[in-house]
Design a protein. Structure first.
Length: 180
């Protein structure tokens, strides 16, 4: 339970999977409570680091890929119904964005029965919504070999157009315009 009127973090993370379909998003409720938003913000980075490094079996949390942290304030002590509200950060946002910051994904590699590695997709979930920014539109060569995944976003700063990757096949990528 969190003390009435105190603040806590909810951390949105990508969880490794063997394919984009099995990779999932999870929310991990923070481990601490804070008397003020300022104190909470001072410790959020440390809290995310601790969540990634601590777990009962040493596997799950260390491979979570942080996406965002949402600051919540309790209205009353928890019973069976959560009583919280989302609080803006000191930057005026509803969350702290970790996607382009110092928390690299360390997703493990799984193995097929024959011993060959299968890449996991937590990093792809994390990177999917970090837009590529360029002075031009994407082309067929902006593909999987460059790290783009289906769902990647591209912003053309010259024409102010936004694109989404629909197919990241090497040499034959398909990008659709989604905003102009």
């Amino acid at each position: 339970e969190c003390t009435d009127g105190y603040y806590l973090w909810s951390h949105v993370c990508a969880l490794p999977g063997l394919s984009p379909e099995t990779a999932k998003y999870v929310i991990v409720v923070g481990r601490n409570e804070y008397a003020s938003p300022k104190v909470a913000e001072d410790y959020v980075s440390e809290e995310v680091s601790n969540i990634r490094s601590e777990s009962a079996n040493g596997f799950l949390h260390s491979h979570l890929c942080p996406i965002a942290s949402i600051l919540c304030q309790t209205k009353t002590s928890y019973t069976n119904v959560p009583n919280t509200r989302i609080v803006s950060t000191s930057e005026g946002k509803n969350y702290i964005d970790w996607r382009a910051t110092h928390f690299p994904c360390t997703a493990p590699t799984a193995f097929f029965d024959d011993g060959f590695p299968v890449p996991t997709y937590a990093r792809a979930l994390n990177d999917r919504y970090v837009p590529a920014v360029s002075a031009s539109a994407p082309g067929v060569g902006d593909d999987i070999d460059d790290g783009y995944v289906v769902g990647s976003i591209w912003v053309d700063t010259t024409l102010d157009d936004a694109y989404i990757c629909c197919d990241n096949t090497a040499g034959a990528a398909v990008w659709k315009i989604i905003a102009t």
